[in-house]
Write a protein that binds this ligand. Structure first.
Ligand code: NAP
Length: 297
């Protein structure tokens, strides 16, 4: 955030509903303050009946860029003047950049996830990936992973049709082997498949429901090398804790959250956020959660 808001200060923000718990203002204002960019980043709680007017109004008011979060990543697309080709493959945007005619949509969730995997030394080329869930985050994960060379994709979801559709959509663009399943079908397999990377993308286990996990059978984890949970509150879900107990390499969703935000920032400001600052932001956010957890206990 700019130290002093003047007539020249640029405005950015995040649009969602609800939005009060968003960490994006903390991330973006911290980076702007460090890099001494004259901008402010604020949350915009936008009721579903006002989405179109909100986008038009934001553009009329000169807002330079917006992040878009649940429940608008798909719904906002009709109100944009363009969508980047990768976001279009994903069918969802999380970043809007101002142009002279309106906003253009991008999706930085996938690259954020990819960067966090790289940070942990996880290579995806030629690997078998299992995704739990088939919503927007699963879609971003599947497309970026297929783009970077996974060869086998499993999608496990409550609604089998959504898993089927995700596999079909990925196959439209990439030549991979795909397998869609419901949770029951997975549990009824004679033995669990061997998986290199498993990414949990459902909200199961997120605060305050921290005592539940989408999978409790320890045998499931024995067949997996790296387990990622996109949840970051808590930093270690029950799902991740079970994976860790089974000897898997584990990662939570905090780095993805930070990196997708940084990618959006770089898109808007046409700059590069130094890697030392990126690491600093991750540490700051981890501290934020640790302090919060201490207060809860
Ligand atoms: P979404 O589009 O609403 O998709 C949710 C998915 O979870 C769907 O596949 C849904 O299954 C499944 N699901 C929801 N509740 C379930 C339940 N009770 N039992 C079984 N399956 C359930 O949401 P999203 O945007 O993908 O976000 C999903 C999660 O990822 C959230 O926790 C979000 O915070 C997290 N996320 C994290 C980051 C990050 O940067 N770390 C980024 C994006 C998202 P159906 O198809 O059957 O409805």
């Amino acid at each position: 955030m700019s130290n002093q808001i003047t007539g020249k200060t640029s405005i950015y923000g995040v649009l969602g509903y609800p939005i009060e718990h968003s960490l994006s203002p903390l991330i973006h204002n911290y980076i702007a303050s460090y890099l001494q960019h004259d901008l402010v980043y604020v949350p915009f709680s936008t009721h579903p009946t006002t989405l179109e007017r909100a986008i038009q109004g934001a553009w009329s008011l000169g807002i330079e860029g917006l992040n878009v979060t649940i429940p608008y990543k798909e719904k906002v697309i009709p109100y944009l003047v363009g969508v980047d080709s990768f976001a279009s493959q994903m069918g969802a945007v999380n970043t809007l950049k101002r142009t002279s005619k309106g906003y253009v949509g991008y999706n930085t969730d996938g690259v954020g996830l990819l960067q966090s995997l790289k940070q942990h030394g996880v290579e995806i080329k030629g690997k078998t990936l299992m995704i739990l869930g088939a919503g927007g985050a699963a879609r971003a994960a599947a497309m970026i992973a297929a783009h970077h060379g996974i060869t086998n994709l499993w999608v496990i979801n409550r609604t089998l049709q959504h898993a089927d559709k995700l596999i079909k959509d990925v196959k439209k663009f990439y030549s991979i082997k795909g397998q869609a399943m419901s949770w029951n079908q997975l549990q009824n397999l004679k033995e669990y498949p061997t998986i290199d990377i498993c990414i949990q993308t459902t909200p199961i286990g997120m605060y305050p429901n921290i005592q539940i996990s989408p999978i409790n059978d320890i045998d499931f984890f024995k067949q997996i090398q790296t387990v990622v949970d996109l949840i970051y509150n808590p930093l270690e879900t029950k799902f991740l804790s079970l994976a860790k107990q089974s000897g898997c390499q584990t990662m939570n969703g905090l780095e993805m959250l930070v990196f997708q935000g940084i990618k959006a920032y770089e898109l808007w400001l046409e700059c590069q956020v130094p890697s030392s600052l990126q690491e600093q932001v991750v540490i700051k956010m981890e501290q934020y959660f640790k302090v919060k957890d201490d207060k809860v206990q």
